[in-house]
Design a protein around this ligand. Structure first.
Ligand code: SF4
Length: 235
């Protein structure tokens, strides 16, 4: 099985070669980015990053800021009030419990306010090169459709994938499936545009390309280019 998994990941990595949208800089910047990106379009988060990090360049400044001031910097995105509170608490934890440095283990990261296993896994991979698999709704859906796992929740999916995917390839799982799930393996999947359809176990494949297929593909490429440009200018 791991041979087939590696082969599919290699194919998908050619299609989705860009890093995760929130892999923007140092561990502090990455953890802030992932926290802000919950249920929010990457573009919206990336656009506010330069102003945010100018105002709060390190966890110390963020921990000292009022919640209202943090809100004013992120009020263009969803759940900004809750996220502002989490950001302040998270920064305070980093300063008080971890000497101002983002911790480097899953056990410690999940003690930070607003940080669950998914956020922690992204930070472990992006900031510290530690093998981990961040499972969001896309990773959960696509890996189940492919037949790699048979799970009912993202938590169980993470557990199953951690056991299934070799360490060297763990970081690639989130990188490729978030984008694949967002653009190709959507609710009504675009299997006609999927390079791993021959090894996919999903029974209800949608192989009929739409009349505007070229337009759809061009649109996906355009959106990826925009995100990548914003990511490079985020800090
Ligand atoms: S073949 Fe279809 S269902 Fe399978 S991974 Fe590709 S897009 Fe998803």
């Amino acid at each position: 099985m791991s041979k087939e998994i590696i082969s599919a990941l290699k194919i998908l990595k050619k299609l989705w070669k860009n890093p995760g949208a929130m892999e923007i800089g140092n561990p502090y910047q990455n953890v802030v980015g992932v926290l802000l990106s919950a249920r929010t379009r990457d573009e919206q988060v990336l656009k506010l990053m330069p102003g945010f990090f100018k105002a709060f360049p390190t966890p110390v400044e963020l921990s000292k800021a009022s919640v209202e001031k943090i809100e004013s910097r992120i009020n263009t995105i969803g759940m900004f009030r809750q996220k502002a509170k989490h950001l302040k608490s998270m920064a305070t934890d980093i300063v008080e419990k971890f000497d101002g440095k983002v911790p480097q283990t899953m056990e410690e990261l999940v003690t930070l306010a607003g940080v669950g296993r998914k956020t922690a896994s992204v930070v472990l991979v992006a900031s510290f090169g530690t093998p981990a698999i961040a499972v969001d709704t896309h990773v959960y859906r696509v890996t189940n459709r492919l037949g790699w796992v048979k799970t009912k929740t993202p938590e169980k999916t993470e557990e199953a994938l951690l056991a299934l995917v070799p360490d060297k390839w763990k970081k690639t799982v989130n990188q490729v499936f978030v984008k694949h799930g967002r653009y190709v393996c959507i609710r009504k999947p675009r299997c006609w545009a999927c390079p791993v359809r021959d090894v996919c176990a999903f029974k209800e494949k949608n192989l009929e390309a739409l009349s505007n297929a070229e337009e759809i593909v061009a649109d996906i490429e355009r959106r990826e280019e925009i995100i990548e440009a914003l990511r490079h200018n985020a800090i």
